[in-house]
Design a protein around this ligand. Structure first.
Ligand code: AMP
Length: 407
């Protein structure tokens, strides 16, 4: 996947209609935005296009939109908050069809520097490109240029992410990436394709099955692969250890053996837990008080469940991070939602916070853990896209990235 993409700095928006795909998928409670991070994150790209004299047409999805459009998932609250943040009017087009007569009229009336926001793109129900040709074309008809700044949606070949780009190209327009998207490509792309070595990858989280391709791809790219969290127990079982009632994916035992052999063949270090924090069972509720003890990884008693890495493992993993130049981390080391079982995840986060290395946190739970534990400002980059960053680490081509013009 070519990563040298045209950015908002490479296009001339003056007097042009620019369609910008943002990620305004913000959490809402009773119609109120409870976390405006994504709105704030979108401002640099929007401000750049406004100050260049573009006519800025914003679009985004919000929520899952299961049973057709509904007012609860309207982007109206986003238009209001965005307007406050930008210090200028953001005209909202409420049409559930997203495109249509109202939208076209509003775009025609725009002056340089004006900003409008279209309705939730998923309301249209034809975001999948295979069904969404018509929608893709209608979006492209609104604009001269297209900018994608929604990394979190870039792994989907949707009309507003990918479909629209070929119609923009067909009429001689340009497709660029916004600043947010550029930062994701720079950090994740460099880490995976051109890392400063030693490159240490740390994977955790619940299931091996969710990360098969990530493990395989990163093993080829990194110097040291660290595996913790629930997924480590399938590796430990594959080594012949007793793992008690710990999380296991018996269908993936052969896969784990294969990965361990592959590491050996490639001369890569594959680090697994050497001790583990065990309890009688999974905490219920998840943050309930829980009695634990730490045992060596090959001495988990039958009936017990491993719920975090132990202190010796935390030290082993932290040591590997210390000498690294690039670190990518995806997935917690234990059930970090429980304070007693968060120690391993905290130790790894702390090691990343203290290293000189470039540190990149995959989205989703690892980003949540780093934020929740207070280490966010110590990381070089925290990805905004859970699924998208995982696919990037798998070495997959992301439709939204591929669709942007090369420089
Ligand atoms: P993932 O979505 O795959 O990144 O997994 C994140 C989830 O894995 C978190 O909710 C953790 O509580 C859970 N997790 C981490 N370690 C373990 C473990 N040893 N046993 C069970 N669940 C775990």
């Amino acid at each position: 996947m070519g990563l040298n993409k045209k950015s908002v700095d490479d296009i001339n928006a003056k007097g042009k209609r620019v369609l910008v795909r943002c990620d305004f998928n913000v959490p809402l409670k009773n119609g109120e935005i409870t976390d405006e991070t994504r709105i704030v994150a979108a401002l640099p790209t929007i401000n750049k296009l406004v100050s260049d004299g573009g006519k800025v047409i914003l679009c985004s999805h919000l929520g899952k939109v299961k049973n057709g459009p509904n007012e609860g998932e309207s982007l109206a609250p986003v238009a209001k908050r965005l307007s406050e943040k930008l210090g200028r009017e953001v005209k909202f087009i409420a049409d559930y069809n997203v495109t249509g007569a109202d939208t076209t009229a509003a775009v025609e009336a725009m002056n340089e520097g004006d900003v409008i926001l279209l309705q939730n793109t998923r309301f249209r129900g034809k975001e999948e490109t295979k069904n969404g040709e018509e929608f893709s074309k209608e979006l492209a008809d609104l604009a001269d240029l297209y900018v994608c700044d929604a990394f979190g949606s870039s792994h989907r070949a949707h009309a507003s992410v990918e479909g629209v780009t070929k119609f923009i190209t067909a009429k001689g327009g340009e497709n660029a990436v916004g600043y947010l998207m550029q930062k994701e490509i720079d950090f994740l792309g460099n880490a995976v394709e051109n890392p400063v070595r030693p490159f240490v990858a740390i994977l955790g989280g619940a299931k091996v099955a969710d990360k098969l391709n990530v493990i395989n791809n990163l093993l080829e790219k990194c110097d040291t692969l660290i595996i913790g969290g629930g997924m480590a127990f399938t590796f430990l079982k594959a080594k012949g250890y007793e793992i008690g009632n710990s999380l296991v994916d018996d269908e993936k035992l052969d896969y784990c053996k294969e990965m361990m052999e592959k590491a050996e063949k490639l001369g890569k270090k594959l680090l697994l837990p050497i001790d583990t924090t065990i309890a009688d069972g999974f905490p219920n509720p998840i943050d309930a008080e829980i009695a634990v003890e730490v045992v060596d990884a090959d001495k988990i008693p039958a009936g017990k469940e491993g719920l975090d890495i132990g202190s010796k493992t935390a030290e082993l993993f932290a040591d590997a991070v210390k000498s690294a130049k690039t670190v990518v981390w995806n997935g917690p080391m234990g059930v970090f939602e429980n304070p007693v079982l968060a120690k391993g995840t905290i130790a790894v986060a702390k090691a990343l916070a203290e290293t000189e290395a470039t540190t990149i946190i995959g989205g989703g739970d690892s980003a949540a853990a780093v934020n929740q534990l207070g280490f966010a400002d110590k990381m070089s980059h925290i990805s905004t896209g859970g699924g998208a960053s995982l696919e990037f680490l798998e070495g997959k081509e992301l439709p939204g990235v591929v669709a942007a013009d090369d420089k």
